[in-house]
Design a protein. Structure first.
Length: 378
């Protein structure tokens, strides 16, 4: 069965989503809903939805609503599942949790859940009311990201942020340590004839600070990347590429971060990658420079709060990825996987490592022409 659909979230006292079998669009599927490991009941996914009609999904009558007790949605993380047969519907990337008056429920978060054990409690199912207005034309969601209770900040319009990300600049000692780490990278690379680049990507809280409550907003002037860059101004060769301005400008092309995740969207990753590659084009590597290349074209997309997280339309035509072209080592802290995927197509051989920093051992073993160290700002 070719199953399509999503859990769109919770609206009032109902779990909302859609499901269809693409090969047999006239068939109505039955969906079992679960929340916090408790079975809510099973309904037929046959509710009419105009957004599905506009997206070209048959007659659009594939929506479902499953009643739940709204009192269970206390602040915290709630595993949710919608099951068709033995298959789970994914949780939409831009899922919502709203009350009966369409207001976001503060600090209430959803996470993909596993099917409940046999014999779990079943609650009553109410008849479906009016359909929700959500967009089904979103890309497949990324792998679930862990969220620690107590670290999540609920912002305006359904935005969520990790409280530990994007903090203001720390002590002078910490900033000195960060600057010294960048200088060490360049010092390790120089004797090996390796071109080094140190990069900091702004955290989501910095890029979308306007969705945070005033008490949680961060002064962009006090960002760690800005402070470290200032400390490196007198360095003879070490520099830091701060992507804050580049990603702020990139918002004209769509969302840089999704509303409910912490990793860059493809739109954000593309703009980060472009900024990094511009500093490498023509750089003198041991073999020969990275040749000029086409970045491709990005289609501008809607960045409205109620729109889907739209991925960029991009065509990259690398002209350096051939035998004898420079080789690369990309080290990142776990937040720049998509950036690394885009960067690696321009090198003949690329090693991607998730680590806190590019150590001497990594540089020695990789024997790359270029090393790119990417960290999150915060």
């Amino acid at each position: 069965m070719s199953l399509r659909g999503y859990i769109d979230g919770v609206i009032g006292d109902e779990l909302v989503g859609w499901a269809l079998e693409e090969e047999v669009p006239g068939r109505r599927l039955h969906v079992r809903g679960e929340l916090d490991g408790v079975v809510l009941g099973t309904v037929e996914a046959s509710e009419p939805r105009e957004d599905l009609v506009r997206a070209g999904f048959g007659d659009g009558s594939y929506g479902f609503r499953i009643q739940l007790d709204p009192r269970v949605l206390t602040p915290g993380i709630h595993p949710v599942a919608a099951i068709v047969g033995e298959r789970l519907l994914p949780l939409a990337r831009d899922w919502i949790v709203r009350d009966e008056e369409d207001r976001p429920l503060e600090s209430v978060l959803l996470a993909p859940g596993a099917p409940a054990a046999a014999g779990a409690t079943v609650s009553a199912v109410a008849p479906p009311p009016e359909p929700a207005v959500t967009s089904p034309t979103r890309p497949a969601p990324p792998p679930p990201q862990s969220r620690e209770p107590g670290l999540v900040l609920a912002g305006a319009g359904g935005w969520t942020f990790l409280a530990s990300a994007g903090v203001a600049a720390g002590s002078h000692e910490q900033l000195d340590t960060d600057a010294a780490a960048v200088e060490e990278l360049y010092a390790l690379a120089a004797p090996l004839g390796v071109v080094a680049r140190a990069v900091m990507v702004p955290a989501k809280r910095l890029v979308y600070a306007e969705h945070l409550a005033p008490e949680h907003r961060i002064d962009p002037g006090r960002r760690p990347a800005r402070a470290v860059s200032a400390r490196l101004r007198d360095s003879s060769d070490a520099t830091l590429l701060d992507l804050y301005d580049a990603l702020q400008d990139a918002r004209a092309h769509g969302r840089i971060y999704p509303r409910t995740g912490e990793r860059l969207t493809w739109t954000g990753a593309v703009h980060a990658y472009r900024a990094i590659m511009k500093t490498l084009t023509g750089a003198p590597f041991r073999s020969h420079p990275v040749a000029a290349f086409e970045f491709g074209r990005l289609a501008e997309v809607d960045d409205a709060l109620d729109g889907a997280d739209t991925e960029p339309l991009l065509t990259v035509r690398p002209s350096a990825a051939a035998a004898g072209a420079p080789t690369g080592l990309i080290v990142h802290d776990g937040t720049a996987g998509r950036v690394a995927e885009l960067l690696r197509i321009h090198f003949w051989r690329t090693e991607v490592v998730v680590a806190d920093r590019a150590t001497s051992e990594l540089l020695q073993s990789a024997r790359a022409d270029v090393v790119i160290w990417i960290r999150q700002d915060g």
